[in-house]
Design a protein around this ligand. Structure first.
Ligand SMILES: C=C1C[C@]23C[C@@]1(O)CC[C@H]2[C@@]12CCC[C@@](C)(C(=O)O1)[C@H]2[C@@H]3C(=O)O
Ligand SMILES: O=C(O)CCC(=O)C(=O)O
Ligand SMILES: [Fe+2]
Length: 386
């Protein structure tokens, strides 16, 4: 079994045999990007729950004394929430957004110099899950695991001026490092709020370290770009999926596009961009850790005709060697463990092979065999693929 995040896909390489588009030069949606199963993926069309009432994703102020309770409720009922007063500076959010914009505005042949290899994790390319769908997604992504140095050297090759080259590279790398550092700090804080609301304390998770700082946690930074699209009704930015993480922290620019599905309801709910707020997704590993109490949220990104959309996802997971399984405090005779233990790498490999069936493939009981005790999250088989 691979033990480093960067090796997670060695046994399941993704070969995508498609030419990369120069999105900006396309006037008409190419057939390879036209989704035949055009469903209701327009923002605002389906911002209702199954009872017809308007519902929106909770927004939680982290400085609110009730934050713990509110987060617990949001995790249980939505698997997603937005946070304000999170302590990440506005400048840093602006910097990472503008770095993303600079990167994606490079000519496609330059971006391809940093293309992700079929068995690799880092680099430029289509979303990994593209291989499960017959049509391409109207987006491009750049994944960073570890240092972005080598990829940035490929993207911005050495030009004539040594001084300017060093300065801009140092600035770009510095922004990424600072962003990762700040996100790591916030992710640790959110972990304790999310787990605290289940009655879990620092002594329950040995791998979090003596001070509960989650030392050794691993993460990937994913920059996503969704160019304006000539035929948004027939295109898909990023197909419906859950993240294979403990949690994901998402910064979106002012253009909406992120949609989530709430358990037990029909339709998609748009997560509106709120200035300075960050979106927090429950991922599959937290779903496992919580013994199914917190559903990992099914989400997707849609595109629009006039605005370019950018999002930056910080995909946070446990240290590489840690086995994730339902926390013993959440397991009892009436609530048996729903999942077997997995490392993050093993789970990523499983996701690469089984995509939306990954969570059920590590499940010990199906909801029907549990005699009335159902796992809140059984939507994983509802994601339409191929
Ligand atoms: C750690 C990871 C999670 C991720 C695969 C990756 O290796 C890096 C990119 C992540 C991402 C972002 C877009 C959606 C997603 C499903 C994908 O194809 O790549 C996620 C992966 C995931 O959470 O499984
Ligand atoms: O762009 C978005 O809003 C969603 C991105 C996402 O789901 C991801 O990077 O995993
Ligand atoms: Fe996602």
């Amino acid at each position: 079994m691979p033990s480093r995040l960067s090796d997670a896909f060695k046994s399941h390489p993704v070969h995508i045999h498609h030419k990369h588009l120069d999105f900006n030069s396309v006037q008409e949606l190419p057939d390879s990007y036209a989704w035949s199963q055009v469903d209701d993926h327009y923002p605002n069309c389906h911002d209702v729950d199954s009872f017809g009432a308007s519902e929106s994703v909770p927004i939680i102020d982290l400085a609110d004394p009730n934050a713990l309770k509110l987060i617990g409720h949001a995790c249980k009922t939505w698997g997603v929430f937005q946070v304000t007063k999170h302590g990440i500076s506005k400048n840093l959010l602006d910097d990472i957004e503008s770095l993303g914009r600079t990167l994606f505005s490079l000519p496609v042949q330059d971006k391809l110099k940093a293309a992700r290899s079929p068995e690799g994790v880092s680099g430029y390319g289509f979303a990994r899950i593209s291989s499960f769908f017959p049509k391409l997604m109207w987006s491009e992504g750049f994944t960073i695991v570890g240092s972005p140095h080598d990829h940035f050297r490929q993207l911005w090759p050495h030009d004539h001026s040594e001084f300017w080259y060093c300065l801009t590279q140092t600035m770009h790398v510095g922004i990424i490092e600072e962003y990762k550092k700040e996100m790591n700090r916030l992710a640790g804080k959110l972990m304790w709020l999310m787990l605290g609301s289940l009655g879990i304390s620092k002594s329950d998770i040995k791998w979090a370290g003596p001070k509960g700082e989650f030392k050794g946690a691993t993460a990937a930074l994913q920059l996503n770009s969704y160019p304006a699209c000539p035929d948004p009704d027939r295109a898909m930015g990023l197909a419906a999926h859950t993240d294979s993480t403990l949690l994901t922290i998402l910064h979106q620019n002012t253009t909406s596009g992120l949609q989530v599905q709430r358990e037990g309801t029909a339709g998609w709910v748009t997560v509106p961009p709120i200035h300075g707020a960050l979106v927090i997704n429950v991922g599959d590993l937290l779903h496992i850790l919580s013994n199914g109490m917190y559903p990992s949220v099914l989400h997707r990104a849609v595109v629009n005709r006039s605005c370019h959309r950018l999002s930056i996802a910080y995909l946070y997971g446990p240290p590489e060697s840690v086995q994730i399984s339902p926390l013993s405090r959440l397991v009892s005779r009436s609530h048996p463990p729903l999942y077997r233990s997995v490392t993050w790498n093993e789970y990523l490999g499983t996701k690469a092979k089984h995509f939306n069936k990954a969570l059920s493939s590590v499940r010990l009981f199906s909801p029907v065999t549990l005699n009335g005790f159902a796992d809140v999250n059984d939507h994983h088989n509802r994601v339409k693929v191929g």
